[in-house]
Design a protein around this ligand. Sequence first.
Ligand code: 1HN
Length: 359
Amino acid sequence: MTTNVTSSGAEDRLAHSAAAHGTKPLWSSRGEWQVNDHAEVPHAWRWEELRGDLSLAAEVVPMEMAERRALLFCNPGLGGLPFMTGTMLGAYQITRPGERCPVHSHTASASRFLLEGEGGYTNVNGEKCVLSRGDLVMTPRGTFHDHGNDGDQDVVWVDILDMPLAITLNSNTFSNEYVEAPEGGGDPVPARFQREHVASGYSTRVYGTGGLRPRFVNDERGASSPQFVYEWAQTEERLNALRDFDGDPHDGILLEFVNPISGESAMPTLGFSMQLIRPGERLAPHRHSSSTTYVVLRGHGETELGGETLTWAENDVFVLPAWTEHAHRNGSASDDAILYSVSDRPALERLGWYREEAV
Ligand code: 1HN
Protein backbone atom coordinates (compact mmCIF):
# COMPACT_ATOMS: atom_id res chain seq x y z
CA MET A 1 0.00 0.00 0.00
CA THR A 2 1.31 3.46 -0.84
CA THR A 3 0.49 6.51 1.18
CA ASN A 4 0.51 10.04 -0.15
CA VAL A 5 2.13 12.03 2.60
CA THR A 6 1.28 15.38 0.98
CA SER A 7 -1.43 16.44 -1.37
CA SER A 8 -0.33 18.86 -4.11
CA GLY A 9 -2.20 21.66 -2.35
CA ALA A 10 -0.22 20.98 0.80
CA GLU A 11 3.02 20.90 -1.22
CA ASP A 12 2.25 24.29 -2.69
CA ARG A 13 1.52 25.67 0.75
CA LEU A 14 4.82 24.26 1.99
CA ALA A 15 6.78 25.70 -0.97
CA HIS A 16 5.27 29.16 -0.44
CA SER A 17 5.76 29.14 3.27
CA ALA A 18 9.30 27.78 3.06
CA ALA A 19 10.18 30.43 0.44
CA ALA A 20 8.67 33.19 2.58
CA HIS A 21 10.91 31.99 5.40
CA GLY A 22 14.04 32.13 3.20
CA THR A 23 14.48 28.48 2.24
CA LYS A 24 13.97 26.23 -0.75
CA PRO A 25 13.18 22.50 -0.68
CA LEU A 26 16.27 20.50 -1.63
CA TRP A 27 14.19 17.97 -3.57
CA SER A 28 12.89 20.61 -5.94
CA SER A 29 16.20 22.37 -6.56
CA ARG A 30 18.44 19.49 -7.62
CA GLY A 31 18.96 20.87 -11.10
CA GLU A 32 20.54 23.99 -9.62
CA TRP A 33 23.40 22.28 -7.82
CA GLN A 34 23.71 18.77 -9.27
CA VAL A 35 25.61 20.18 -12.21
CA ASN A 36 28.13 18.19 -14.15
CA ASP A 37 28.56 20.96 -16.64
CA HIS A 38 29.48 24.57 -16.07
CA ALA A 39 28.29 28.06 -16.72
CA GLU A 40 31.34 29.07 -18.78
CA VAL A 41 31.05 28.07 -22.44
CA PRO A 42 33.60 27.49 -25.21
CA HIS A 43 34.41 30.84 -26.76
CA ALA A 44 37.09 32.63 -28.81
CA TRP A 45 38.08 36.30 -28.89
CA ARG A 46 39.50 37.22 -32.28
CA TRP A 47 42.62 39.33 -32.66
CA GLU A 48 41.44 40.38 -36.10
CA GLU A 49 38.32 41.89 -34.57
CA LEU A 50 39.74 43.29 -31.35
CA ARG A 51 43.05 44.82 -32.49
CA GLY A 52 41.10 47.73 -33.99
CA ASP A 53 39.20 48.25 -30.73
CA LEU A 54 42.52 48.40 -28.88
CA SER A 55 43.81 51.09 -31.26
CA LEU A 56 40.60 53.03 -30.80
CA ALA A 57 40.88 52.73 -27.02
CA ALA A 58 44.49 53.96 -27.24
CA GLU A 59 43.26 56.98 -29.20
CA VAL A 60 40.25 57.98 -27.13
CA VAL A 61 40.96 56.78 -23.57
CA PRO A 62 43.69 58.69 -21.73
CA MET A 63 45.86 56.62 -19.41
CA GLU A 64 45.19 59.09 -16.57
CA MET A 65 41.58 57.93 -16.74
CA ALA A 66 42.01 54.22 -17.42
CA GLU A 67 45.15 53.44 -15.32
CA ARG A 68 45.25 50.21 -17.39
CA ARG A 69 43.86 50.25 -20.92
CA ALA A 70 42.50 46.71 -20.83
CA LEU A 71 39.54 45.15 -22.64
CA LEU A 72 38.26 42.39 -20.36
CA PHE A 73 37.15 39.13 -22.00
CA CYS A 74 33.50 38.30 -21.21
CA ASN A 75 32.52 34.65 -21.46
CA PRO A 76 28.97 34.59 -22.93
CA GLY A 77 27.95 31.92 -20.40
CA LEU A 78 28.70 34.10 -17.40
CA GLY A 79 25.83 36.57 -17.66
CA GLY A 80 27.82 39.64 -18.66
CA LEU A 81 30.50 39.32 -15.98
CA PRO A 82 33.97 40.27 -17.29
CA PHE A 83 35.33 36.78 -16.56
CA MET A 84 36.72 34.15 -18.96
CA THR A 85 35.87 31.22 -16.67
CA GLY A 86 34.57 30.85 -13.15
CA THR A 87 38.14 31.20 -11.89
CA MET A 88 40.00 33.37 -14.42
CA LEU A 89 39.76 36.93 -15.67
CA GLY A 90 41.66 37.99 -18.79
CA ALA A 91 42.18 40.98 -21.05
CA TYR A 92 44.08 42.40 -24.01
CA GLN A 93 45.91 45.46 -22.65
CA ILE A 94 47.42 48.19 -24.83
CA THR A 95 50.00 50.76 -23.70
CA ARG A 96 51.22 53.55 -25.97
CA PRO A 97 54.84 54.72 -26.31
CA GLY A 98 55.92 56.73 -23.28
CA GLU A 99 52.90 55.86 -21.16
CA ARG A 100 53.05 54.61 -17.58
CA CYS A 101 50.37 52.80 -15.58
CA PRO A 102 50.42 53.66 -11.87
CA VAL A 103 51.34 51.20 -9.15
CA HIS A 104 48.79 49.08 -7.27
CA SER A 105 48.43 45.64 -5.73
CA HIS A 106 45.65 43.10 -5.21
CA THR A 107 45.18 39.74 -3.53
CA ALA A 108 44.53 38.11 -6.89
CA SER A 109 47.62 36.93 -8.75
CA ALA A 110 48.26 38.20 -12.27
CA SER A 111 50.30 37.29 -15.32
CA ARG A 112 51.12 39.02 -18.61
CA PHE A 113 51.97 37.39 -21.93
CA LEU A 114 53.37 39.79 -24.49
CA LEU A 115 52.00 39.75 -28.04
CA GLU A 116 53.09 42.98 -29.74
CA GLY A 117 55.71 45.74 -29.44
CA GLU A 118 59.16 46.16 -27.91
CA GLY A 119 60.00 48.18 -24.80
CA GLY A 120 56.94 47.21 -22.75
CA TYR A 121 57.64 46.40 -19.15
CA THR A 122 56.04 45.72 -15.83
CA ASN A 123 57.70 46.55 -12.55
CA VAL A 124 56.95 43.80 -10.00
CA ASN A 125 57.98 44.57 -6.42
CA GLY A 126 60.73 46.86 -7.69
CA GLU A 127 62.03 44.53 -10.42
CA LYS A 128 61.68 45.99 -13.91
CA CYS A 129 60.68 43.16 -16.24
CA VAL A 130 61.10 44.12 -19.91
CA LEU A 131 59.17 41.87 -22.29
CA SER A 132 59.39 40.69 -25.89
CA ARG A 133 56.84 38.65 -27.85
CA GLY A 134 56.13 35.32 -26.15
CA ASP A 135 57.65 36.35 -22.80
CA LEU A 136 55.60 35.60 -19.69
CA VAL A 137 55.75 37.57 -16.45
CA MET A 138 54.32 36.61 -13.06
CA THR A 139 52.75 39.12 -10.68
CA PRO A 140 52.18 36.95 -7.59
CA ARG A 141 49.37 37.78 -5.15
CA GLY A 142 49.93 40.96 -3.20
CA THR A 143 52.89 42.24 -5.22
CA PHE A 144 52.90 45.91 -6.17
CA HIS A 145 53.09 46.44 -9.92
CA ASP A 146 53.20 49.33 -12.37
CA HIS A 147 53.68 49.14 -16.13
CA GLY A 148 55.13 51.25 -18.90
CA ASN A 149 56.21 51.42 -22.52
CA ASP A 150 59.75 52.71 -23.22
CA GLY A 151 59.50 51.75 -26.91
CA ASP A 152 58.25 53.63 -29.96
CA GLN A 153 55.34 51.31 -30.85
CA ASP A 154 52.18 50.26 -29.03
CA VAL A 155 52.63 47.34 -26.64
CA VAL A 156 49.87 44.75 -26.36
CA TRP A 157 49.80 41.88 -23.90
CA VAL A 158 47.30 39.42 -22.46
CA ASP A 159 46.59 39.63 -18.72
CA ILE A 160 45.31 36.52 -16.93
CA LEU A 161 44.35 36.79 -13.26
CA ASP A 162 42.78 34.40 -10.74
CA MET A 163 40.51 37.23 -9.58
CA PRO A 164 37.12 35.42 -9.97
CA LEU A 165 38.47 32.67 -7.72
CA ALA A 166 39.69 35.22 -5.17
CA ILE A 167 36.27 36.93 -5.31
CA THR A 168 34.43 33.61 -4.89
CA LEU A 169 36.50 32.91 -1.80
CA ASN A 170 35.78 36.43 -0.46
CA SER A 171 39.46 37.23 -0.53
CA ASN A 172 40.02 39.88 -3.18
CA THR A 173 41.44 43.11 -1.84
CA PHE A 174 42.93 46.03 -3.77
CA SER A 175 45.38 48.77 -2.80
CA ASN A 176 46.95 51.73 -4.51
CA GLU A 177 48.51 52.95 -1.29
CA TYR A 178 52.11 52.46 -2.22
CA VAL A 179 54.85 54.18 -0.24
CA GLU A 180 58.60 54.10 -0.63
CA ALA A 181 61.60 55.97 0.71
CA PRO A 182 62.81 58.79 -1.55
CA GLU A 183 65.95 58.10 -3.56
CA GLY A 184 68.24 59.95 -1.18
CA GLY A 185 66.78 58.10 1.84
CA GLY A 186 64.32 59.19 4.57
CA ASP A 187 60.82 58.19 5.59
CA PRO A 188 58.60 56.40 3.05
CA VAL A 189 56.20 58.68 1.15
CA PRO A 190 53.29 57.89 -1.22
CA ALA A 191 54.54 57.21 -4.77
CA ARG A 192 52.74 56.73 -8.10
CA PHE A 193 55.40 54.45 -9.57
CA GLN A 194 57.99 52.14 -8.04
CA ARG A 195 61.66 52.83 -8.23
CA GLU A 196 63.80 49.91 -9.35
CA HIS A 197 64.90 48.13 -6.20
CA VAL A 198 66.90 45.39 -7.94
CA ALA A 199 68.60 45.22 -11.35
CA SER A 200 66.26 44.80 -14.32
CA GLY A 201 65.91 41.08 -15.09
CA TYR A 202 67.25 40.12 -11.65
CA SER A 203 65.05 37.09 -10.94
CA THR A 204 65.50 35.59 -14.42
CA ARG A 205 69.27 35.90 -14.03
CA VAL A 206 69.19 34.25 -10.60
CA TYR A 207 66.64 31.47 -11.23
CA GLY A 208 66.13 31.25 -15.00
CA THR A 209 68.43 28.36 -15.84
CA GLY A 210 66.43 25.79 -13.80
CA GLY A 211 68.29 22.93 -12.17
CA LEU A 212 71.02 25.20 -10.80
CA ARG A 213 70.01 27.06 -7.68
CA PRO A 214 72.24 29.79 -6.27
CA ARG A 215 72.45 28.90 -2.58
CA PHE A 216 73.59 32.40 -1.61
CA VAL A 217 70.23 33.93 -2.62
CA ASN A 218 67.04 33.57 -0.61
CA ASP A 219 64.05 35.56 -1.87
CA GLU A 220 60.89 35.04 0.13
CA ARG A 221 58.00 34.64 -2.33
CA GLY A 222 55.67 32.30 -0.46
CA ALA A 223 54.18 29.63 -2.72
CA SER A 224 54.71 31.65 -5.91
CA SER A 225 57.72 31.41 -8.18
CA PRO A 226 60.71 33.59 -7.22
CA GLN A 227 61.35 33.88 -10.97
CA PHE A 228 59.13 36.59 -12.48
CA VAL A 229 59.97 36.38 -16.20
CA TYR A 230 60.01 33.26 -18.40
CA GLU A 231 61.61 34.28 -21.69
CA TRP A 232 60.26 32.96 -24.98
CA ALA A 233 63.80 32.50 -26.39
CA GLN A 234 64.53 29.89 -23.72
CA THR A 235 61.08 28.27 -24.00
CA GLU A 236 61.45 28.00 -27.78
CA GLU A 237 64.85 26.39 -27.45
CA ARG A 238 63.44 23.76 -25.06
CA LEU A 239 60.41 23.05 -27.29
CA ASN A 240 62.72 22.51 -30.25
CA ALA A 241 65.04 20.28 -28.22
CA LEU A 242 62.07 18.06 -27.29
CA ARG A 243 60.12 18.06 -30.54
CA ASP A 244 61.21 14.52 -31.53
CA PHE A 245 59.78 12.93 -28.40
CA ASP A 246 56.39 11.23 -28.73
CA GLY A 247 54.94 13.74 -26.28
CA ASP A 248 51.64 13.30 -24.46
CA PRO A 249 48.81 11.85 -26.60
CA HIS A 250 46.44 14.62 -25.44
CA ASP A 251 48.77 17.56 -24.91
CA GLY A 252 51.64 16.87 -27.33
CA ILE A 253 54.94 18.57 -26.49
CA LEU A 254 53.77 20.59 -23.51
CA LEU A 255 56.13 22.41 -21.14
CA GLU A 256 54.92 23.79 -17.83
CA PHE A 257 56.52 26.92 -16.38
CA VAL A 258 57.33 25.97 -12.79
CA ASN A 259 58.65 27.47 -9.61
CA PRO A 260 62.39 26.69 -9.97
CA ILE A 261 62.79 26.16 -6.21
CA SER A 262 59.90 23.77 -5.55
CA GLY A 263 59.30 22.35 -9.04
CA GLU A 264 55.59 23.07 -8.49
CA SER A 265 53.24 25.28 -10.51
CA ALA A 266 54.47 28.87 -10.89
CA MET A 267 51.50 30.06 -8.81
CA PRO A 268 49.53 28.15 -6.16
CA THR A 269 46.26 28.75 -8.03
CA LEU A 270 47.25 28.84 -11.71
CA GLY A 271 49.49 26.76 -13.96
CA PHE A 272 51.18 28.17 -17.06
CA SER A 273 52.22 26.13 -20.09
CA MET A 274 53.55 26.36 -23.63
CA GLN A 275 52.55 23.65 -26.04
CA LEU A 276 54.01 22.75 -29.43
CA ILE A 277 51.61 21.09 -31.86
CA ARG A 278 53.76 19.86 -34.71
CA PRO A 279 52.93 20.27 -38.40
CA GLY A 280 49.97 18.05 -39.25
CA GLU A 281 49.65 16.87 -35.63
CA ARG A 282 46.21 15.93 -34.30
CA LEU A 283 45.99 15.30 -30.57
CA ALA A 284 43.69 12.77 -28.88
CA PRO A 285 40.55 13.93 -27.03
CA HIS A 286 40.29 14.10 -23.26
CA ARG A 287 38.64 16.17 -20.55
CA HIS A 288 39.51 17.37 -17.07
CA SER A 289 37.88 19.22 -14.22
CA SER A 290 40.16 22.25 -14.67
CA SER A 291 39.32 25.09 -17.05
CA THR A 292 41.96 26.50 -19.40
CA THR A 293 42.49 29.75 -21.25
CA TYR A 294 44.59 29.70 -24.42
CA VAL A 295 46.52 32.32 -26.40
CA VAL A 296 47.78 31.39 -29.88
CA LEU A 297 51.43 32.39 -30.10
CA ARG A 298 52.11 30.88 -33.52
CA GLY A 299 50.27 29.19 -36.37
CA HIS A 300 46.64 28.26 -36.81
CA GLY A 301 44.43 25.26 -36.15
CA GLU A 302 41.23 23.90 -34.72
CA THR A 303 40.00 22.52 -31.45
CA GLU A 304 37.12 20.08 -31.18
CA LEU A 305 35.47 21.48 -28.10
CA GLY A 306 32.35 19.95 -26.56
CA GLY A 307 30.98 18.93 -29.97
CA GLU A 308 31.87 22.22 -31.70
CA THR A 309 34.84 23.04 -33.89
CA LEU A 310 36.56 26.21 -32.82
CA THR A 311 39.17 27.58 -35.24
CA TRP A 312 42.06 29.73 -34.06
CA ALA A 313 44.79 31.90 -35.54
CA GLU A 314 47.73 33.93 -34.24
CA ASN A 315 47.03 36.09 -31.15
CA ASP A 316 43.47 34.75 -30.76
CA VAL A 317 42.35 33.85 -27.26
CA PHE A 318 39.97 31.00 -26.43
CA VAL A 319 38.48 29.20 -23.47
CA LEU A 320 38.17 25.53 -22.65
CA PRO A 321 35.45 25.18 -19.98
CA ALA A 322 35.87 22.65 -17.17
CA TRP A 323 35.05 19.00 -17.91
CA THR A 324 34.62 19.60 -21.64
CA GLU A 325 35.95 17.11 -24.19
CA HIS A 326 38.60 18.68 -26.38
CA ALA A 327 41.22 17.81 -28.98
CA HIS A 328 43.59 20.27 -30.68
CA ARG A 329 44.77 20.03 -34.27
CA ASN A 330 47.45 21.97 -36.10
CA GLY A 331 45.88 23.43 -39.25
CA SER A 332 49.13 23.39 -41.20
CA ALA A 333 51.07 20.48 -42.67
CA SER A 334 54.31 22.48 -42.77
CA ASP A 335 54.39 24.93 -39.85
CA ASP A 336 54.30 24.62 -36.06
CA ALA A 337 51.36 25.75 -33.97
CA ILE A 338 52.22 27.03 -30.49
CA LEU A 339 49.65 27.56 -27.74
CA TYR A 340 50.27 29.36 -24.47
CA SER A 341 47.79 28.37 -21.78
CA VAL A 342 46.77 29.10 -18.21
CA SER A 343 44.89 26.55 -16.13
CA ASP A 344 43.28 26.46 -12.69
CA ARG A 345 44.48 22.87 -12.26
CA PRO A 346 46.89 23.76 -9.39
CA ALA A 347 44.00 25.19 -7.34
CA LEU A 348 41.87 22.10 -7.98
CA GLU A 349 44.76 19.75 -7.17
CA ARG A 350 45.38 21.51 -3.88
CA LEU A 351 41.71 21.06 -3.01
CA GLY A 352 41.72 17.41 -4.12
CA TRP A 353 39.17 18.14 -6.85
CA TYR A 354 41.24 17.59 -9.98
CA ARG A 355 40.28 14.68 -12.21
CA GLU A 356 40.72 13.83 -15.85
CA GLU A 357 39.78 11.10 -18.30
CA ALA A 358 40.50 10.10 -21.86
CA VAL A 359 37.31 9.96 -23.94
C1 1HN B 1 44.89 44.74 -13.26
O1 1HN B 1 45.39 45.18 -12.10
C2 1HN B 1 45.66 44.74 -14.41
O2 1HN B 1 47.61 45.47 -13.32
C3 1HN B 1 45.11 44.26 -15.58
O3 1HN B 1 47.62 45.42 -15.46
C4 1HN B 1 43.82 43.82 -15.65
C5 1HN B 1 41.72 43.39 -14.56
C6 1HN B 1 40.93 43.44 -13.43
C7 1HN B 1 41.42 43.90 -12.26
C8 1HN B 1 42.73 44.33 -12.16
C9 1HN B 1 47.07 45.25 -14.38
C10 1HN B 1 43.02 43.84 -14.50
C11 1HN B 1 43.55 44.30 -13.30
